[in-house]
Design a protein around this ligand. Sequence first.
Ligand code: PEP
Ligand code: MG
Length: 591
Amino acid sequence: MTFSIHGLAVARGIAIGRAVLVASSRVDVAHYFIEASQVEAEIERVRSGRNAVVHEIHRLQASISHMGPKEAPQELTALLDVHLLLLGDAELAEGVKHWIRDRLYNAEWALTTQLEVIARQFDEMEDEYLRGRKADLEQITEKVLRAMKGVASPVLVAPSRVLRKPSQQDLLLDDTVDVPLILVAHDLSPADMLQFKQSVFAGFVTDVGGKTSHTAIVARSLNIPAVVGARLSSQLVRQDDWVIIDGDAGVMVVDPSAIVLAEYGFKQRQGELERGRLSRLLHTPAVTMDGQKIELLANIEMPEDAPGAIRSGALGVGLFRSEFLFMGRQGRLPNEEEQYQAYRRAIEGMQGLPVTIRTVDVGADKPLDESPQDTAHLNPALGLRAIRWSLADPAMFLTQLRAILRAAAHGQANMLIPMLVHAGEIRHTMALIDRARVELDNRGIAYGPVKIGAMIEVPAAALIVKVFLKYFDFLSIGTNDLIQYTLAIDRTDESVAHLYDPLHPAVLRLVALTIAECRAQGKPVSLCGEMAGDISLTRLLLGMGLRSFSMHPAQILAVKQEVLRADTTKLTAWAQQVMSDDEPGLRILRQ
Ligand code: PEP
Ligand code: MG
């Protein structure tokens, strides 16, 4: 039966394929396709992993049997029996073989996929005792996965293998191999999401998350359709269901009928045509009808994103979120050399174009790890985040500052400081930058010049922008946080996502104030929050005087099209009117 689940649209486009349910705790399991010739070897890997666990349980049983009836815990004996029973379960074994043989999933992926299928059956059981066996199933899967570790697939096929686009006919005929796969998960951390940069998936859906959560931001950078905040999707969708993701409307359609499939197939082709049309603008300079040159820059997460930024026509990187280098490393921070090499790769990858490296912004929804200490704070977005985290650990911060300064010797680099609020923090930061230079001088290590900028992402900073301009060469407006902190809306919480409003008059006033003050003092100002890539806001931002936009590379051409059609001489007065409205959103909707 066809049904749809509504969430928040985060990355545009239509994806049609089969659902792959991934438990949030198992996203680190490798997902890749094997060659048909590897099938038997891959099945053997699971079999020997399973046999190793069975052997271990038999060993335990033997040692228990030597104990007296008092020492041998009854529960343990029963538990081991249950584990053996589950390990011998035909549905588990047959299911795993099916995913490997028919879908060419690697062994770990096949095992966790079948785990999800059976876990769902346990969830639906009436009997509480049987329901509780799900935990045992998870435990034995974990053990088999562990036993399989170290025994790699014979040949690892590049995970970025391009899937053949299925025809409408394939979809209706229920073709099983080479069909796009849609990842459905309860939640994914930004670091998890990053793992999927080179992945087999053609779309993403998560139950939780806000539109500008970092998970959504990374999903957007993957440039494949994605929906977040689609509550219960991971419970309502079954492994292998046909699903459609409409990343424009923020909807997932499950088990679509032939008519619905045909309709979305048409929409998908329209999208491809539109992308084809936009690609013709690649070499067209972004100049408005009245001759204003507009700078369109890219936001990137990893140095490897630089070539993609160039291909999308970006004139530089306006925001390199360096924190992604720090995440998912079990708390071990990258040292100066690792960071220097990474920043250098980004700078060289941009082939002489400027790269703005933002100093680390961890905390809030970007914990370094999934460790409980990292998530224990009640209000992490208001806590030790971004520059506060850096200033709290000067040695760590100095390491990053030295690495950036050294990388700046290889091209045009700017340094951007996130989440500053107090003049005292600014002075403290500047003193540490000076100290980093002195340390490099003392070590006789070369470094380059950098322009230093601040992010305006807290209302307090926007309101004292004049103070910021005394210290900084340029400013960059981080509207994702500026909206969060102005409207008191947690940007990661889908239950308040409807109140997350870039067009709230208070937000617009803070943005306008920052732009106006920078322009008055002749200092460059850019906007690097998600607003920059939202084509429904391009004209308004131009009217407010913004001339530099930094966004995901995938959005650059669409924004350029808006720029080419705009006449700023007419937009200035209009933008003033919009800002004086009680509900500017209504006027923008009507435009
Ligand atoms: C912002 O807050 O707008 C921004 C660009 O930074 P981040 O999204 O990484 O918090
Ligand atoms: Mg921010």
